[in-house]
Design a protein around this ligand. Structure first.
Ligand code: GRF
Length: 213
């Protein structure tokens, strides 16, 4: 399976995917493209180091959003991925891209959807809101991307306890280590193995009940 990974920042989730491919946790998969909207993203350094083709294109280079959206669609189509992986990608994926890759785009979100998700819930903000609300459990979710924001069918979720002395930064890091870097590679591998199906807007995973994660 060929995957395109879309990033905007540090790229620790991209790194988790690269590492899982090289240690065999993800099978039958190669990264055909890393795309970043942000020229300063450290994720690009990670792609370079791993010898993965990458493209940087910022919406700011375009006169309007529609032209950027078309360009993004073209970049993705040229790479011919079987799956598009949003790994900390801050670009809102346009409808034309969602339609071109139906149930073939996945996203990692740093909370237990449907809590703390939707417009405005990204980056540290998510963890700030979690601490402000005082919930005891947070976590991460891998889901398919549809036309809404964080509304697509859920593939995997992992819970992480909130600690009394947490800061948004500490919680963010723990959720990455304990949840995101595990469930994103796992979801990609399950998709590569053909074990993930979407029926009626719900995900069915072959052998789900015996999965340990
Ligand atoms: C992660 O918390 C991810 O869940 C969110 O953005 C962050 C990206 O981190 N969507 P990184 O660039 O993978 O290090």
């Amino acid at each position: 399976m060929k995957i395109a990974v879309l990033v905007s920042g540090g790229g620790t989730n991209l790194q988790a995917i690269i590492d899982a491919i090289s240690d065999g946790t993800i099978t039958n998969t190669e990264i055909c493209l890393v795309y970043s909207n942000n020229p300063g993203a450290y994720a690009i350094e990670r792609a370079k180091k791993a010898g993965i083709p990458y493209v940087v294109k910022s919406p700011r280079e375009f006169d309007d959003r529609a032209s950027f959206n078309e360009a993004l669609l073209g970049i993705l189509k040229d790479a011919e991925p079987d799956l598009v992986v949003l790994a900390g990608c801050l670009v809102v994926i346009p409808e034309c891209v969602v339609r071109a890759f139906p149930n073939r785009i996945i996203n990692i979100h740093p909370s237990l959807i449907p809590s703390f998700c939707g417009t405005g819930f990204y980056g540290l903000k998510v963890h700030e809101m979690v601490l402000e609300r005082g919930v005891r459990v947070s976590g991460a979710t891998v889901h398919f991307v549809d036309e809404g924001t964080d509304t697509g069918p859920i593939i995997l979720q992992k819970a992480v306890s909130v600690r009394a002395d947490d800061t948004p930064q500490l919680l963010q890091r723990r959720i990455m280590e304990q949840a995101e870097w595990k469930i994103l590679p796992l979801a990609i591998n399950l998709i590569a193995l053909g074990r993930v199906k979407v029926t009626d807007r719900k995900v069915v995973i072959d052998g789900y009940d015996s999965l340990e994660y």
